[in-house]
Design a protein around this ligand. Sequence first.
Ligand code: SF4
Ligand code: SF4
Length: 554
Amino acid sequence: MFCYQCEQTYRSDEGAGCAGAKGMCGKDAATADLQDILLYVCEGIGQYLHRARGLGARDIEADRFILFAFFTTLTNVNFNSMKFVELIQQASLTRDRAKALYEKASFAACKYPETLSGAAAFVPAKDMSSLLAQASEAAVRKGAEVFGEDIVGLRSLILYGLKGICAYAYHARVLGQERDAIYEAIEHALDVLARRESDISALLDEALSIGRANFIAMEALDAANTGTFGAPAPTSVRVTPIKGKAILVSGHDLKDLHAILEATKDKGINVYTHGELLPAHSYPKLKAYLHLVGNYGGAWQDQQKEFAEFPGPVVMTSNCLIEPQPRYRGRIFTAGPVGWAGVRHIANEDFSIVVQAAQALPGFAEDAPVKTITIGFGRDTVLGVADKVIDAVKAGAIRHFFLIGGCDGAAPGRNYYSEFADEAPKDTVILTIGCGKYRFNKHDLGTIGGLPRLLDMGQCNDAYSALIVATKLAEAFGVGVNELPLSLIVSWFEQKAAAVLLTLLALGVRNVRLGPTLPAFLTPALVDVLVEKFGIQPVGEAKADIEASLSRAA
Ligand code: SF4
Ligand code: SF4
């Protein structure tokens, strides 16, 4: 195995990358290799779909398959090697269909179809051991000795950006929002990867195209979430348990949460959100369920302790699963793309087995003291008070905005983000998205001009909301986003963050501070390009970075 797709990848003086029997996340070598093979076959699907599209033929089921397949390979999503053997066979059949579609469209257009090689012609074996023997053909760093690390790093940036876009587009799709432009961009990028493009500027252009397509994916997801559940509104959420039977729902999937709320209606079971599902409480159609009683625990990396202590079943939707521990392995369930060998998986949104588990388990014996936090400052809410915000900026009451957004993780350097929030001067506003906020969202940062200083804009999946607010404020002030008194402090962990970063770059946003460490797949030469073209900076000391941000704005 070789994997360096996330921030926690193994790092040593010799270089970075998880390459032993298991990655730092617990992904074993067989699963990692099978994931590479799955994506390689998907590249072949993309080669045919891209060409078929050029001839006016499409296969939306194949596009949908790619979204799901890519999503399963994100960090902390699916660790079940047998699932990947199954998905590779499905991918192979899907590719055969895409090939037939392309050939039919070619003949219909009186053209000879191209004979494609590489991923398009790769024949995956049927069983695990034979598949593993084929892994070198699909390895992420294949060709590094010929093309060099910069090319391999850029291809990886595209591949990981694709993973992020597929995750967002999958979430949007399950709620009925699809955009053909996203599929077109994915097919194009898969074709670029499959033909082993090695021109730096062509690869950089492709990465930015993925960033632009990801903006469309985030827009689709925003439309899916707000169209289905209403626009998030400021909401006070209880963060301490109350007496009674309980189910904990983690991950990012609002649709699964909704299905669980329906399945538990009038059954005397309280439903709690965990991690990135916290923003669910701010959607009108979800908070209407009175048994959605609160948020339990913090960010994903604390789940092994928190799930062990939770007195009911836990459902992990979409992503950020860590190895289930014996204390709760029998009462954790996975859904959607998530998987772990031996852990029960919920298919077709039938959560009745989870309801039965909740009824059989003790639940909380008593109420804990009440403690609440306020969330729900999505774009509608923030733009609803835009006049107030603009007046406060013009009057000097608000000096600067910091968007402290992105993933959390276990690395010690992540205290930077809580320090940053705590040290930011009182005349600054902190916008936040993603689970990095768990480091400071229970701190009392006070108010400013009648608004809370800390405005929680939602999940990492809600980055669109933050971009729209920045764009509208820039319009209102008559400047570009880079001229706003706004600094972006982005904590990355996995591949959705890579996609969002590409979107920021594609939109021309400069001076993003990225941390806690820079992606291992970006070589020093690639970092230099990003610094020079986009002003990307690694995070430093919180106090110094605050001062630098404020002086840049001055
Ligand atoms: S996902 Fe991250 S931790 Fe897991 S194997 Fe890959 S780089 Fe390592
Ligand atoms: S913000 Fe990133 S790390 Fe956090 S839960 Fe979402 S995807 Fe996972």
